[in-house]
Design a protein around this ligand. Structure first.
Ligand code: SF4
Ligand code: SF4
Length: 125
């Protein structure tokens, strides 16, 4: 991922249209829960599109959008277990299989302190 939407989300819809890569789905399409959902295998943390995650910049709800781990090979096991535990539903490609980070990693904000990701700190803090 990248960023993650939490249970604080009030399903207001302000984030979905500002995502440059259409990584967000609404509550009716959330494959794992009842709020809006960020597809980690699509989120690029707005790298090369904006100075900060645009979903969070447009979110009115404190704590609804938080940092998650980079979608990179180093965190492949993290996303595999998250998928198996039902926290994520990673897209399955017809030929490549489940699109885990070892199949395709994504850009991430390299300057961000890793402890903020580990603690799932609010992106807006
Ligand atoms: S951080 Fe950017 S790319 Fe990721 S879900 Fe939010 S708006 Fe989309
Ligand atoms: S902008 Fe925030 S509160 Fe609104 S749908 Fe997106 S994550 Fe939920």
């Amino acid at each position: 991922m990248a960023v993650m939407i939490t249970d604080e989300c009030i399903s207001c819809g302000s984030c979905i249209e500002v995502c440059p890569v259409m990584a967000i789905v609404d509550d009716s399409d959330n494959p794992v829960g009842e709020t809006y959902y960020v597809k980690p295998e699509k989120c690029i943390e707005c790298v090369n599109h904006a100075p900060s995650p645009q979903c969070a910049s447009n979110c009115p709800t404190e704590g609804a959008i938080v940092w998650d781990m980079p979608y990179t090979e180093e965190f492949n096991d993290y996303y595999v277990s998250g998928h198996e535990e039902g926290r994520y539903k990673i897209r399955e490609h017809k030929k490549k299989g489940l699109m885990f980070p070892t199949i395709k990693s994504m850009p991430y904000v390299e300057s961000l302190d890793m402890s903020l990701r580990q603690s799932h700190a609010s992106v807006n803090d």
